[in-house]
Design a protein around this ligand. Structure first.
Ligand SMILES: Cc1cc2nc3c(=O)[nH]c(=O)nc-3n(C[C@H](O)[C@H](O)[C@H](O)COP(=O)(O)OP(=O)(O)OC[C@H]3O[C@@H](n4cnc5c(N)ncnc54)[C@H](O)[C@@H]3O)c2cc1C
Length: 332
């Protein structure tokens, strides 16, 4: 959807079509917790340990710019439900400081260490209204959207048009070469109604148990704990995993000290690459590109990634941040 948006926005004369196998919003983009985020402190510790501070900082800046773009182009002029906020990474022990994050005191619960790590400039959205709004914007600009369309790769190979495949977890079932590069991982989400009206604006991460949560009206949305039942969560089937759901429920009651009742459960399928960085590259056919494998970061990184790829189609000198050459530079 973001690629279609930028393809039309950057060149209104261009004919842009979006072909969707199901309904727009069927994928992870409406199933997530609505964090427009750069990611948790532990994610940046991992990036820094793997690639050094400069590259980690580049990722952080890229995420920041991408969220700002989404704010300026999608959120600014609309009545969408969104809240500018910060994310807080919590821990039970003192975490190593990171220059991109601010260390702050928080009054959350006695179950976590008092010092948390704050990342400002993030946004809390309702992913369903967000995607619906983006779809409407695309249609108004003249993007032609076809839903319930079965796309055949062989037919694509005969076309002259520029094609970007954005199939996320479904990439491997469409492009065989990517079966081992992008793995479908399911993520469970739980919504609970809070009885005592307790609420914070932040986006929360608790990396020790791979849990994240935020408040939505008088409810909490909480997700994660995939590794509790990793085998069953390595699937393309959207379904409820009761073991994980019970763990999330227990977390809300015992760790967050909330009296709450379950109102909704859902899941979505993420497309994970081995290093959790998206794949942005040209395919064998010169006019075909892939932008997929955003792992747990597509809402934060996706909008700018799409813009940069579309700019590259128009000017091959412009190299997207996640393009192969950069990946090679990082790996070497
Ligand atoms: C539970 C959960 C929590 C998450 N939390 C966060 C978060 O906090 N922050 C963050 O940044 N990201 C998060 N993510 C990840 C984020 O949602 C994804 O990275 C992002 O939505 C991926 O967007 P996409 O457009 O690439 O893929 P999707 O939104 O998955 O869209 C892919 C689309 O391709 C369609 N499709 C499949 N096959 C075909 C075909 N053959 N032809 C045409 N269309 C096809 C599908 O129907 C689908 O609609 C989370 C994801 C989940 C599931």
């Amino acid at each position: 959807m973001s690629c279609a948006f930028w393809a039309k926005k950057l060149n209104p004369e261009r004919h842009v079509g979006l072909l969707e196998l199901n309904q727009i919003g069927y994928g992870a983009s409406t199933k997530n917790a609505g964090f427009l985020t750069k990611g948790s402190l532990s994610y940046y510790h991992h990036l820094e340990a793997s690639y050094g501070e400069k590259i980690a900082h580049n990722f952080f800046s890229f995420g920041h710019d991408s969220i700002q773009l989404a704010h300026d182009f999608i959120l600014k002029d609309s009545s969408l439900e969104f809240t500018p906020t910060s994310s807080l990474t919590l821990s039970t022990h003192v975490l190593q400081h990171n220059p991109f994050f601010h260390e702050v005191d928080h009054l959350y619960s006695d179950k976590f260490s008092r010092r948390a790590h704050l990342s400002p400039g993030e946004v809390k959205i309702n992913p369903q209204t967000f995607i619906h709004h983006l779809k409407t914007m695309c249609e108004k600009m003249g993007v032609v959207i076809h839903e319930n369309v079965v796309v055949d790769k062989k037919n694509c190979d005969g076309l002259q048009s520029q094609i970007i495949f954005c199939l996320n977890a479904y990439t491997g079932s469409f492009l065989e070469n990517f079966q081992t590069k992008i793995s479908p991982y399911r993520g469970q989400m739980l919504e609970m109604q809070i009885q005592d009206g307790h609420s914070f604006d932040h986006l929360f991460y608790y990396p020790e148990e791979r849990v994240y949560w935020r408040f939505y009206q008088d409810k909490i949305w909480i997700g994660g704990k995939r590794l509790v039942d990793e085998e069953r969560e390595t699937t393309m089937d959207m379904g409820i995993n009761s073991v994980i759901q019970l763990e999330l429920e227990d977390f809300v009651r015992t760790k967050l000290n909330l009296r709450a009742t379950v109102t909704r459960q859902w899941s979505g399928i993420m497309g994970f690459t081995k290093n959790e960085r998206p794949i942005c590259q040209r395919l064998e056919q010169e006019n075909q590109y892939l932008l997929a494998g955003f792992s747990g970061h597509g809402m934060g990184y996706g909008f700018k990634s799409a813009k940069e790829l579309v700019e590259h189609l128009d000017d091959k000198q412009k190299e997207p941040f996640f393009f192969n050459p950069l990946r090679d530079k990082i790996e070497s």
